[in-house]
Write a protein that binds this ligand. Structure first.
Ligand SMILES: Cc1cc2nc3c(=O)[nH]c(=O)nc-3n(C[C@H](O)[C@H](O)[C@H](O)COP(=O)(O)O)c2cc1C
Ligand code: SF4
Ligand code: SF4
Ligand code: SF4
Ligand code: FES
Length: 631
């Protein structure tokens, strides 16, 4: 059993061990060589880097360090995701903060020999933005990180998630310790309400209000659930928090348990997240071993424990009541909402369900105070939001920014803009339940309210950037396709409505759109939004509603002119050879169906009736601009 005094001792010792990583030396540093004898080499152990040999790279670095007899001075740590997954496998070397990306097993020997032993940085493996105009920047100076405010992700990529003492070193479990020894339940709830922390799982409901409801409701048993189902395609913020900092979620659940009077928690996590599951299992075991979960936590009378429940990956199981059905052993289908789950939730007992990111914010609010938290973000949406930034953007990855940052700053300042000199067209926020926001709203400050005003939602934080080559009708079709697959079928408006909408969108993208289709889509959207039983059906039409609002001309071009202005819908495309053709014959040789005719040094012609629209001719044409065009 650990006591508060022992916890403080572990914290002090741990801090000494890891302070090299927090060193400010990196800021002053950087020329070609340095005199550091001690290093911490942080290797990203998130899913992305793991899948491209991250763990093997870590083992090989350790092997090389051992071979050179340096293991006393050099610590190699497997962390959670750094956020820049696309550049992985990633490594950061402290105290300099040198950021290596795209590291391969073949690079390890050179990094150890040149950087660690001789003090020469291996420039060819530096992250692109870390080495500009002959200057090397430490990771803290890279735009991608510099413009972020990391609260929920504060420990991701910084500590070893499988070592509870590293979490404790950075004040982990101090909030829980203080709360259960010094505070009343009412005081805890008041801080939660004053902080106005809003749910990060999608709806933005204030966590403190929910906690108060459950606290006030009398019952012999109450439960805390962590929603780690994360079904949005492309979203991976919850996974990264669980992989990189599982104890922050366990600590927050215990705090919630104390506040409302629950002694049992469940984490509902999808089975497709094996690294997160494994790290949670390790974290749970360690927390129990250190007396931070289980009976008589930190020597007090407070008992709280947590069990894992693995979900099979249905999107609808992320919906609170469907998730509870699933934990209870039934098919995951949303309940008809007669009761609040804070009154009658899991097994009809008062239940708090909070999202992973919501929970990850909680311990630090109690450490640093309400004022600190409310100074970040906006009045109505305090704090930060984690986004999975993807699509047509230079820096794909996980970012955390203060609420209220503009979309432009996110896309250009942090994301590095649109690749290949293309134009920004729109950004889809909120995944399949969200909407597409066009360029004219790039200066919108991102928070729950402003996204709602534009017809989109914050959702769990998916942010997909689109450029001029994306067809907005096709994007709406893509998200509807997802909703059709994931609809549980319990209610008619969603079960039938999503299908009918998808059929119409498919017809339109295939050039078979009819007069009246837009009106049919609008009418279906209205019915689904107002009459569906759960959030899936109520929001499934959002991608259609917003693309109709902002890109109606694209729908009309598909339906009336049988043209796809973005040149993305295969069925509506035509390949054509322009007047600048020099007759080099390369396209004719590349065409798999032999439908290009023409003599050497004469303009060639495509037989459109035979063309299968494979694009090989365009790829083969050597001219700039190309003589083969899509229209
Ligand atoms: C179809 C559907 C899927 C959902 N999926 C998730 C999810 O994966 N994770 C999540 O935290 N919330 C999800 N939610 C929202 C939850 O119902 C619930 O509002 C949330 O877990 C509450 O936590 P919060 O208040 O901390 O955001 C989903 C809702 C719907 C309608
Ligand atoms: S809205 Fe869709 S997912 Fe939700 S209960 Fe109805 S059919 Fe199921
Ligand atoms: S698109 Fe393909 S099939 Fe059509 S002309 Fe070009 S190479 Fe031939
Ligand atoms: S490859 Fe380009 S330039 Fe050469 S024949 Fe074909 S269209 Fe003309
Ligand atoms: S998984 Fe390595 S940076 Fe995200």
């Amino acid at each position: 059993m650990t006591t508060i005094v022992e916890l403080n001792k572990i914290r002090q010792e741990g801090l000494n061990r890891i302070k090299l990583r927090q060193s400010e030396l990196g800021k002053e540093f950087i020329d070609e060589s340095h005199g550091f004898k001690k290093h911490h080499i942080l290797v990203c152990g998130g899913t992305g880097c793991h899948s491209s040999n991250g763990d093997k790279i870590k083992s090989l670095i350790e092997e090389k360090i051992n071979e050179k007899g340096l293991s006393e001075d050099i610590q190699v740590i497997l962390t959670g995701c750094f956020g820049l997954c696309e550049s992985g496998p990633n490594i950061v070397v402290y105290p300099e903060g040198v950021f290596y990306s795209h590291v391969t097993l073949e690079d390890v020997e050179e990094i150890v020999e040149e950087h660690i032993v001789k003090g020469h940085i291996v420039k060819r493996r530096l992250f692109k933005e870390s080495y500009v105009e002959d200057k090397i920047k430490p990771v803290s100076e890279v735009n991608f990180y510099k413009k972020q405010t990391r609260i929920a992700l504060r420990n991701c990529g910084v500590i070893a998630p499988e070592d509870i003492e590293e979490y404790i070193a950075l004040d982990g479990y101090s909030a829980l310790g203080k709360i259960i020894t010094e505070m009343t339940q009412e005081e805890v709830i008041k801080i939660m309400k004053d902080s106005n922390l809003r749910g990060r799982g999608g709806a933005g409901f204030p966590a403190g209000r929910k906690w108060e409801e459950a606290y006030k409701y009398n019952a012999d048993q109450k439960y805390i659930i962590c929603n780690a189902d994360e079904g949005d395609p492309g979203a991976f913020m919850d996974r990264s928090i669980l992989e990189g900092d599982p104890h922050s979620v366990l600590e927050a659940m215990a705090i919630a348990g104390y506040a409302v009077g629950a002694d049992q928690g469940f984490i509902y996590v999808r089975a497709e997240y094996p690294i997160a599951v494994q790290r949670l299992e390790v974290a749970l075991e360690q927390a129990r071993e250190y007396g931070l979960l289980g009976k008589k936590i930190l020597g007090t009378d407070f008992n709280f424990d947590i069990e894992l429940r693995l979900g099979a990956g249905a999107f609808v199981c992320g919906e609170g009541t469907a998730l509870m059905e699933s934990i209870e052993g039934r098919r995951g289908m949303p309940r008809t909402k007669i009761h609040r789950t804070a009154h009658k939730g899991l097994w009809q007992k008062p239940t708090i369900i909070n999202n992973v990111e919501t929970l990850a914010n909680i311990p630090i609010i109690f450490q640093k105070g309400v004022e600190w938290f409310r100074n970040i973000g906006t009045e109505k949406s305090p704090g930060t939001k984690v986004f999975a930034l993807g699509g047509k953007i230079e820096n794909t990855g996980l970012i955390e920014v203060p609420m209220g940052m503009s979309l432009r700053e996110i896309v250009y300042g942090i994301g590095g803009g649109i690749p290949n000199g293309k134009e920004f067209k729109a950004v889809q926020t909120g995944g399949p339940s969200g909407g597409c926001i066009p360029a004219e709203h790039l200066d919108t400050a991102v928070d729950f309210e402003s996204l709602g005003e534009l017809g989109s939602i914050m959702g769990s934080g998916g942010m997909v950037v689109m450029d001029e080559s994306n067809c907005m009708v096709d994007i709406a079709r893509f998200f509807l396709d997802f909703s059709v697959e994931e609809s549980c079928g319990k209610c008619v408006p969603c079960r039938e409505g999503t299908k009918r909408m998808l059929e119409i969108l498919e017809r339109i993208t295939e050039g078979k759109g009819e007069e009246g289709d837009i009106e049919r889509l609008e009418s279906l959207s209205e019915t689904m939004t107002s009459a569906s039983l759960c959030g899936l059906g109520q929001s499934a039409a959002n991608p259609v509603i917003t693309t109709l609002k902002y890109f109606r001309d694209e729908y009309e071009a598909h339906i009336k002119d049988k043209k796809c202005p973005a040149g993305a819908c295969q069925a509506l495309l035509e390949y054509y050879i322009g007047e600048n053709c020099i007759g080099c014959t390369k396209c004719a040789k590349a065409c798999p169906v032999g439908c290009i005719d023409g003599k050497l040094k004469e303009r060639h012609v495509i037989d459109a009736s035979k063309c299968i629209k494979c694009g090989a001719c365009m790829a083969a044409c050597p001219l700039k601009p190309k003589a083969v065009i899509k229209r």
